[in-house]
Design a protein around this ligand. Structure first.
Ligand SMILES: Nc1nc2c(ncn2[C@@H]2O[C@H](COP(=O)(O)OP(=O)(O)OP(=O)(O)O)[C@@H](O)[C@H]2O)c(=O)[nH]1
Length: 166
């Protein structure tokens, strides 16, 4: 659990770090179902991990809920001397899948906060319509409840004097 602030709103996010290895896939897929946002992470010093992204994307498409937000991450950006995947390759792949893209480093903290904030922002945006709908319904129900309360009120002085005219 982590709390981050987006547009002045404090958002509590639950983060699951799923295992990348093939043998844990059955468990990993269970997490997709409840995810609202997903980071697809490769290692910039591993061409193989980059090639695997296509497989992750198809798994996510199959098992994650519709409308799940995705961001592509090229991690270990601090390992420049070992780089096997160019930044443009990351950008290109992200573009193909319509995702935002960040190169990050968990070691130097490069773009960690930025990418988490962005994914949270995307999730909030995707649910804004739902939230707005809920807010409108809640305020309508409140107005209705007030009205009913008003109607159910015992007669006040104004009503009593009207009663005298008859
Ligand atoms: N240089 C560098 N090393 C990193 C970075 N992030 C992770 N590592 C190292 O990479 C190794 C693997 O990190 P993990 O966090 O276990 O990677 P993972 O993708 O969660 O691994 P799986 O759970 O097996 O999928 C560890 O030795 C980390 O210290 C980074 O940004 N830069």
């Amino acid at each position: 659990m982590k709390t981050i602030e987006v547009d002045g709103i404090k958002v509590r996010i639950q983060i699951w770090d799923t295992a990348g290895q093939e043998r844990y896939q059955t468990i990993t897929k269970q997490y997709y179902r409840r995810a609202q946002g997903i980071f697809l992470v490769y290692d910039i010093s591993s061409e193989r991990s980059y090639q695997h992204i296509m497989k992750w994307v198809s798994d996510v498409d199959e098992y994650a809920p519709e409308g799940v937000q995705k961001i592509l991450i090229g991690n270990k950006a601090d390992e420049e001397q070992k780089r096997q995947v160019g930044r443009e390759q990351g950008q290109q792949l992200a573009k193909e899948y319509g995702m935002d893209f960040y190169e990050t480093s968990a070691c130097t903290n490069l773009n960690i906060k930025e990418s988490f904030t962005r994914l949270t922002e995307l999730v909030l945006q995707a649910h804004r319509k739902e939230l707005d709908g809920l807010r409108t319904r809640a305020s309508n129900e409140l107005a209705l409840a007030e009205l009913e309360e008003e109607e159910g009120k015992p007669e006040g002085p104004a009503n009593s004097s009207k009663a005298c005219w008859c």
